[in-house]
Write a protein of this length. Structure first.
Length: 364
């Protein structure tokens, strides 16, 4: 029997969401757990199957792991993944991929020189409704998609006077600082990438001690002439909005559920004889035709995974890419497609909303 893929997890609390997927894979063993908190290590050790534990990331990398899941604060994602890749250890990164263009360069350089694989775990791409829409889009159901929009509107809890990493990297910078949840599915639907952004922000009102924007908006132009609007809002006092996204194509439209009382809905040109006959219909009417059985009838392991089971499919996709020696679905360049527009939106805001080019690291 071939040796199991030995997985190390950096960041116990967030990393726990991937455990149901990992333990369900006979080819995988959770071998190591790393966290800066001894208390977190003790709390999660049994849940992870009693792996080796360490507060030192380098020590975990030296323990013989084949793959790491980096589920640490955002500013550590790129450096920790790059360190693993330089040791030829596969790296699955939480979002976003990087917090600066310098980190992007470091990450790309490490991925290019490594024998190992990199993937960003953008779980919204694997949420059931968005994955269904991806299959429909790739099947031509919506025709040519020329406009899409998305929002991440989520009042982050525990905003206290105690300094936290979010204070600097999410609330303390201008621009769309957390772009990948809406951007990931949208770019998958459009099969495209962003070439320029225009952005504006409100500045801080709810928490003046932060230097970012309560609400920021960026308009994106894609390489094929499409347009994307992204809203980012993590401090405004309001209920959490579901990961709202929508698209418009030449053959029809899709709108996601925005609040609990809403539904995922689709309108297609072919379903109506005239403009007057157009109506919205349920997205789930297309489930049998465009969604694999594993998504329609998920296993108990999927139900136990985080974010509605999407964390399960994200981890599974990366492990399958490693075992099958195929390209991960969200490789380093695709991860930066999802991430870099947000970085450049801050530049646009500082320049008064001027258009700013978005670098494509495939060509750098």
């Amino acid at each position: 029997m071939a040796r199991k893929l030995r997985v190390g997890i950096a960041g116990a609390r967030r990393g726990a969401a991937f455990v149901p997927a990992l333990v369900a894979m006979p080819e995988v063993e959770i071998a190591a757990l790393c966290d800066i908190s001894e208390g977190q290590l003790e709390r999660y050790r049994e849940r992870f199957g009693d792996p080796q534990t360490s507060v030192d990331y380098g020590q975990m990398l030296d323990s013989g792991v084949d793959m790491v899941i980096v589920a640490t604060p955002m500013h550590l994602h790129a450096p920790m993944c790059a360190e693993a890749l330089r040791r030829d250890i596969h790296a699955l990164s939480e979002v976003s991929a990087a917090i600066s263009l310098e980190q992007c360069r470091e990450l790309v350089a490490a991925a290019r020189s490594s024998k190992a694989k990199y993937m960003m775990a953008e779980n919204c791409c694997y949420m059931k409704p968005f994955y269904l829409v991806t299959n429909m889009a790739r099947g031509g159901v919506f025709g040519e998609i020329y406009y899409a929009e998305g929002e991440y509107v989520h009042e982050i809890p525990n905003l206290t006077d105690e300094p936290r990493w979010r204070d600097k990297w999410l609330f303390g910078r201008r621009g769309v600082t957390y772009p990948t949840h809406p951007m990931g599915p949208i770019l998958e639907w459009m099969d495209d990438y962003v070439t320029s952004v225009i952005a504006m922000g409100t500045g801080p009102r709810n928490y003046p001690r932060f230097n970012g924007d309560d609400c920021s908006i960026m308009l994106c132009q894609t390489s094929r002439g499409g347009m994307i609007r992204i809203r980012n809002d993590m401090t405004s006092p309001r209920p959490h909005t579901h990961n709202y996204v929508a698209l418009q194509g030449t053959k029809g439209a899709y709108e996601a559920q925005r609040h609990d009382e809403d539904s995922h809905r689709v309108c297609l040109r072919d379903a109506a004889g005239s403009r007057e006959d157009r109506v919205w219909q349920s997205l789930w009417d297309f489930e049998d035709q465009h969604l694999p059985e594993v998504w329609r009838s998920p296993s108990p392991e999927v139900a136990r995974a985080g974010h509605g089971g999407s964390d399960y499919f994200t981890a599974q996709a990366f492990v399958e890419a490693i075992l099958g020696d195929t390209e991960p679905p969200i490789d380093v360049y695709r991860a930066l497609d999802f991430t870099v527009p947000g970085l450049m939106s801050g530049v646009s805001i500082i320049q008064g909303g001027a258009p700013v080019a978005v670098p494509n690291f495939r060509f750098m």
